[in-house]
Design a protein around this ligand. Structure first.
Ligand code: FAD
Length: 244
């Protein structure tokens, strides 16, 4: 059985134990919501604004809809479960925030959709037990800070699909190879992502200044490839899928 049920995996909880054992909260909450008719608006444009403790992303979608993504530092206890309390937390944390933030928080009340969660990683010594295996965020969520969770989930799924045939149906051998093939890569992605909180919600003025300088440099030709190119190219040897 494969658990592919995300960061808050029930399969993980039922097979390996409570989420708290494996979840590493990164001190940032994320909210994503979309609003019709928000102004200002730039067609096909994404605008980012960051200040100490948060970043707000505004993305213009089609049909006069605007999507917002707020990443907000919150070192407090467990974030609230219900949308009303989650929105109240955002209003508290962003009460003195400048730029368009007050207007965005007003618009949030009439959001068409609203997503809220902790930015967390899932760190497990092993993602398989008996005949159960986990993939994707259920197994080794790197958090949204990594920006690669979907790609990694697909690679994990590919390897998990290929290994049983190579092991002649011996699931224990296949699971061992699955973990050996991807364990180091996933752990390195998780380690790297932990350092990226500064970009999504800088803690101090100094961190904010460093973030803004890096962001400006990334607008120059060739700089993104030089700085980040290597982190998006991974030399992973994938097993061949069996012939259909
Ligand atoms: C705001 C944000 C931005 C992100 N940006 C990026 C990005 O730019 N690039 C990138 O690569 N990754 C990004 N990620 C991470 C990416 O979304 C995840 O890593 C990826 O979706 C993980 O895929 P998954 O299939 O493992 O889990 P999920 O996409 O979470 O899918 C799990 C599925 O299981 C279902 N499910 C859960 N419980 C049950 C149940 N009991 N019964 C039945 N179904 C169930 C859920 O409904 C869901 O459809 C971002 C994440 C967030 C939160």
């Amino acid at each position: 059985m494969v658990g592919a049920d995300g960061l808050h995996s029930r399969v993980r909880a039922l097979t390996f134990g409570a989420q708290e054992r494996f979840e590493r909260y990164l001190g940032i909450v994320v909210a994503v919501f979309d609003v019709a008719g928000y102004r200002p608006r730039g067609e096909l444009t994404a605008v980012m604004h960051a200040d100490v403790g948060f970043q707000m992303l505004r993305v213009s979608l089609r049909d006069d809809v605007t999507m917002f993504c707020a990443t907000v530092r919150d070192d407090g206890g467990a974030p609230p479960e219900c949308p009303a309390e989650q929105q109240a937390l955002l209003r508290r944390r962003l009460a003195t925030a400048g730029w368009e933030t007050p207007a965005i928080l007003d618009a949030m009340a009439s959001a068409r959709t609203f997503y809220f969660d902790r930015a967390s990683q899932i760190r497990m010594p092993s993602w398989t037990r008996g005949r159960v295996a986990l993939v994707g965020d259920a197994a080794a969520c790197p958090s949204l800070l990594a920006g690669q969770g979907s790609a990694l989930a697909m690679v994990e799924t590919y390897v998990l699909a290929a290994e049983p045939a190579r092991a002649n149906g011996d699931h224990a051998r296949a699971f061992a190879r699955y973990e050996a093939c991807l364990g180091p890569l996933l752990r390195s992605k998780q380690d790297a992502a932990r350092g990226l909180g500064v970009a999504f919600a800088p803690r101090t003025r100094l961190a904010l200044a460093a973030r803004n300088t890096v962001m400006r440099l990334l607008g120059l030709p060739h700089v993104p490839d030089l700085v980040m190119g290597r982190s998006f190219r991974d030399a992973v040897e994938l097993p061949a899928l069996p012939a259909a």
